[in-house]
Design a protein around this ligand. Sequence first.
Ligand SMILES: C[S@@+](CC[C@H](N)C(=O)[O-])C[C@H]1O[C@@H](n2cnc3c(N)ncnc32)[C@H](O)[C@@H]1O
Length: 333
Amino acid sequence: MAAAFHNPISRAIRPEDTADTLSRYRRSQKRSKEDYARMVEGFYDLITDFYEYGWGQSFHFAPGKDGVSFEEAIAHHQHLLAEALGLRPGMKVLDIGCGVGGPQRAIASEFGASIAGLNISEYQVGKCSEYNRKAGLDHLCSVLQGDFMAIPADARTFDAAYQIEAIPHAPNKVAVYTEAFRILRPGAIFAGFDWCMTPLYDGDNPKHRELKQRIEYSNALPPIASFTDVTDGLEAVGFELLEARDRAGDDDVERPWYQPLEGGGLTLRSLPRTSLGRKITAAALRILEHVRAVPEGSFEIQALLNVAADSLVAAGRLGIFTPMYFHKARKPE
Ligand SMILES: C[S@@+](CC[C@H](N)C(=O)[O-])C[C@H]1O[C@@H](n2cnc3c(N)ncnc32)[C@H](O)[C@@H]1O
């Protein structure tokens, strides 16, 4: 039940700076390629606590199945990734763009590998480190602040690396793949889930274009990639591509990834992430902001997240977007 009562108002910024941080985020979004670091840090300063409130400590989607809870679906998605990497005790692994470390802790606990998280957001690094310590996982989980465009690690340091919905933030995917290739030892696997427009996306369709832009704007993203941007990019830097497919279309998927944002099966815990819950939160924040019980800008942050949720659901229903394009590649021996 903790998530339902978690305070969503960001503690990364001083209350009086909330509105300014939001305007700075908006300005940096217009220059998303050049200003990516400022945009991403500002965005996660604003929304990290909201995400935890509505989603938990793993900031990614997962395909659903009847009779499987949201939390179980998230855990299963992480499990499949760790299996694809062939993780074992003693392996040194890099989690590229680790959030507050939900996946890192789950995977390290289950597979016994040592996982270093990398994250550009100072606020999230602090939270991740605290959660690792509280979970008693300091012996397996560590976290470092840094940019995945220039990973602060020596060449051939890691036995495996993964990314879960982090590289969509990269202004240049090939640059991150180059870095992933560099820090892996020969023979090691790099795998992950990326956000992509699917082949059903039609750049000449104004509705499609609008949805793509709304997803980018509300999630601190540069232009969203296509499947071939991922596969060609991996091969271009020297990886041997072993597998690439949209996990949203897998056989065991009975409930679409965007369903948790729509509602259905409402519980107190799931309420904050549904359409109804988001409307209630927005109304409450508007009142609280008016009586100065929450910082100015809180309502607008929630509004930004509503744009994100609504555009993701709409693009998901049309099948033009996926947040789980699975890629698995090996650095040749
Ligand atoms: C959608 S969250 C996913 C977090 C985590 N993988 C998870 O599944 O919980 C994206 C993450 O990528 C991180 N990120 C974005 N750009 C980055 C960069 N240039 N270098 C390192 N981390 C970055 C963000 O700070 C955030 O933690």
